[in-house]
Design a protein around this ligand. Structure first.
Ligand code: ATP
Ligand code: MG
Length: 355
């Protein structure tokens, strides 16, 4: 009997449904050892216009019960709450399900449009972990604003910092088994803020449990420089929410833009996988969106499920999906944003053909 996984699917807005459909086709056809049941979860701008909620309780419940969550892109800048604020259901999901570890792999392979001229023999292959539930987002939407002053709070808790650091060291351990250097870097600002000195102390404590890994620190401003100057130097880094928000866009820039950047948001009991890009309303409905970031995010889901459930074939399939996307990139089998001539369906089928 194949193992069946229940997956909450947020088709979302704009190009969301266009990149999700071929991704589900790809996943369904991968293996006879496991299969998936898809549960449609309305959310985002269309859902708000339809039923008055950008994150209906029923969708959140389905996500809570599912084995994993796939999300394409939610929201539309043209649809706002009556007070003018933008809806951010993906952030609300992160908080509701305590998805504290934002996983942002930064990999540059031939065919990507990296703006850097890499020296011979150098590649970019690191993972940024962004703490995603506190830090400078703690008072998000609830900061104090008077006529003369605005104030927000930076919150670093021991419990969450320990969890996100443990997650990071475990990831570095798993990568080391696959031939990566086994180095973890804390990105902070411990020289100026006591909150980051506190963070660093916790990081150093967790590092002691992993003597086989190298643990070090970098200030966030210096890291912004290093990510451009010597991006090949890094393996796994962990940082606070706002720093991670900024550095992950810098990382996406190294890959030539958001169109190639996958992500995962992981907690103790739940995990969500989504591309880093938004709903791209400017190209929605034309069938030309690049599906690779969505497909790579689905690959990350296979890896997470496979490791968690002890199904090595699934972990291997995750690697196969990544290799198939890499091969398409190298062969120029891509959508227009990457210089290719394929539409969304064509690019997705090119990946499927290589599986
Ligand atoms: P959000 O606020 O939801 O993060 P954003 O303002 O960052 O959205 P995106 O929706 O990511 O914006 O779009 C930014 C630009 O990148 C747009 O020009 C869009 O067309 C392009 N883009 C985003 N995703 C893709 C994709 N998958 N394929 C092709 N182009 C894309
Ligand atoms: Mg954005």
């Amino acid at each position: 009997m194949p193992k069946t996984f229940e997956i909450a699917v947020f088709n979302g807005d704009g190009i969301g449904p266009e990149i999700m459909a071929p991704t589900l086709t790809l996943l369904s056809g991968l293996s006879s050892d496991y299969d998936f049941v898809w549960h449609d979860c309305p959310a985002g701008a269309a859902s708000y216009l339809d039923c008055g909620s950008d994150l209906p309780e029923a969708s959140l419940d389905t996500a809570r019960r599912a084995d994993a969550i796939l999300l394409s892109a939610l929201g539309d800048p043209a649809v706002r709450f009556p007070d003018g604020t933008e809806m951010t259901p993906q952030i609300d999901i992160r908080i509701a399900l305590d998805l504290y570890a934002g996983v942002r792999p930064v990999r540059v392979v031939p065919g990507m449009r990296t703006p850097l001229a890499l020296p011979e023999g150098r590649t970019i292959d690191f993972v940024l972990i962004r703490e995603s539930t506190e830090g400078l987002f703690h008072t998000q939407g609830k900061g104090t604003v008077t006529d003369d002053m605005a104030e927000e709070t930076l919150r670093i808790t021991r419990a969450t910092t320990e969890k996100v650091c443990r997650f990071t060291f475990d990831l570095a351990e798993a990568r080391r088994a696959g031939g990566h250097p086994g180095r973890v870097t804390s990105v902070d600002k411990a020289n100026v803020f006591r909150a980051f000195a506190f963070w660093r102390e916790i990081f150093d404590g967790i590092a002691k449990d992993h003597p086989e890994l190298t643990a070090d620190h970098a200030y966030v401003d210096a890291m912004a420089l290093y990510m451009v100057q010597k991006p090949w130097d890094w393996d796994v880094m962990v940082t606070e929410n706002m720093f991670g928000d900024i550095l992950s866009d810098l990382g996406a820039g190294l890959m030539g833009g958001l169109g190639m950047a996958p992500s995962a948001d992981i907690g103790d009991d739940h995990a969500l996988f989504q591309p880093c890009h938004g709903s791209a309303p400017d190209i929605a409905g034309q069938g030309i969106a690049n599906p690779f970031a969505m497909i790579l995010s689905a690959g990350m889901m296979l890896d997470w499920l496979g490791r968690r459930q002890g199904i090595p074939a699934m972990v291997a399939d995750a690697a196969r999906v990544q290799a198939a996307v890499d091969a398409c990139l190298a062969a120029g089998e891509t959508t227009g944003d990457l210089g290719g001539t394929l539409d969304t369906q064509g690019a997705a089928h090119a990946v499927i053909a290589r599986l």
